[in-house]
Design a protein around this ligand. Structure first.
Ligand code: ATP
Ligand code: MG
Length: 287
């Protein structure tokens, strides 16, 4: 499969910073896959998300070496067209608000209006995005009167409504309750079925284990590991670099420490069920 987004030897420093926030990043992201970006606070998740969205060096400035390619072309070449290609949800959803709209409905419609989409098409798309993110009942509320979780879902709706090929979500569930977190991951699953590429920075490894295809693990601005999510999420070093493994992995780690023979640590509920079934009901070999 060809990479839809690619980082080649990227090293990036914010303005006036002596040490780079990202160092020697090489990534090939394939179309139709869901990528989870993991890392402790300050490891560079937001910086990587911003870089993949093409915010450096134009928006954040600073110094950058290497290149980011979108569909094989340098990302800088896309200019204003980039907004059609990549949807983005900021870590702080307040940042996403246009500040010029008086209702949630208008806020979600704002991006499409800017693209010159006809009004009838806008209405249908906005209603759909609001339904998907469970904010239809907020349609007439002022965006500044929203709770953190409502704001976060509005930000997600604003990104979804434009139907981009790529979505970059920077901790989109940080302020959501378990039900809404689950809802967001179900949306991600549906988008994957539509062959969208999704990049999600997230601390909640239980959800990452269940829903992503591959993981990019950052530590102090470098790629510590990338690829197979089960291998990465069951790595015993995970906690040492500031990441809480999935609950089921922790449980099985404890069981293993107390002498129960679990060879491969599971990271999902399905894997855990298989592991426990094998322990509880070992196959009796026929003579
Ligand atoms: N605008 C900025 N100017 C200067 N340094 C910055 C800026 N934004 C981030 N940094 C620095 O870059 C490094 C990576 O920060 P980043 O926000 O990407 O981390 P993160 O993994 O997203 O953390 P968190 O989990 O807290 O969101 C940190 O050392 C941070 O202090
Ligand atoms: Mg961040």
């Amino acid at each position: 499969m060809y990479p839809i987004l690619e980082c080649r030897k990227i090293t990036y420093s914010y303005p006036l910073q002596h040490s780079p926030s990202l160092q020697n990043i090489n990534l090939m992201l394939e179309q139709g896959k869901v990528y989870g970006i993991l890392g402790a606070n300050g490891s560079g998740k937001t910086t990587l998300c911003s870089l993949l969205r093409g915010f450096m060096p134009k928006f954040y400035q600073g110094t950058i070496t290497g290149e980011v390619l979108l569909k094989g072309r340098p990302i800088a070449e896309y200019g204003g067209q980039l907004v059609k290609e990549i949807g983005y949800v900021f870590q702080n959803p307040f940042t996403q608000l246009s500040g010029v709209k008086d209702t949630v409905f208008e806020e979600v419609a704002y991006g499409l209006e800017n693209m010159g989409v006809p009004a009838d098409d806008i209405e249908a798309a906005v209603i759909q995005a609001m339904e998907n993110t469970n904010i239809r009942d907020l349609a007439l509320k002022h965006p500044r009167q929203l709770s953190g979780g409502q704001l976060q879902r509005t930000a997600l709706a604003s990104a979804l409504v434009q139907n981009p090929d790529i979505l970059i979500l920077d901790e989109p569930t940080s302020q959501l309750d378990p039900q809404e977190t689950s809802n967001v991951f179900h949306i991600i699953k549906k988008l994957k079925e539509q062959n969208k590429t999704i990049i999600i920075a997230e601390h909640k490894t239980d959800w990452i284990a269940e829903y992503v295809d591959e993981v990019v693990l950052l530590e102090k601005g470098r790629v510590y590991d990338k690829g197979n999510k089960t291998r990465i999420l069951s790595n015993p070093e995970l906690e040492e670099i500031g990441i809480m493994p999935p609950q089921v992995t922790l449980l099985c780690q404890k069981l293993r420490e107390s002498g129960i023979p679990i060879i491969t640590l599971p990271t999902t509920y399905a894997q855990t069920k298989t592991v426990l079934e094998k322990l509880l009901f070992p196959i009796v070999e026929k003579r």
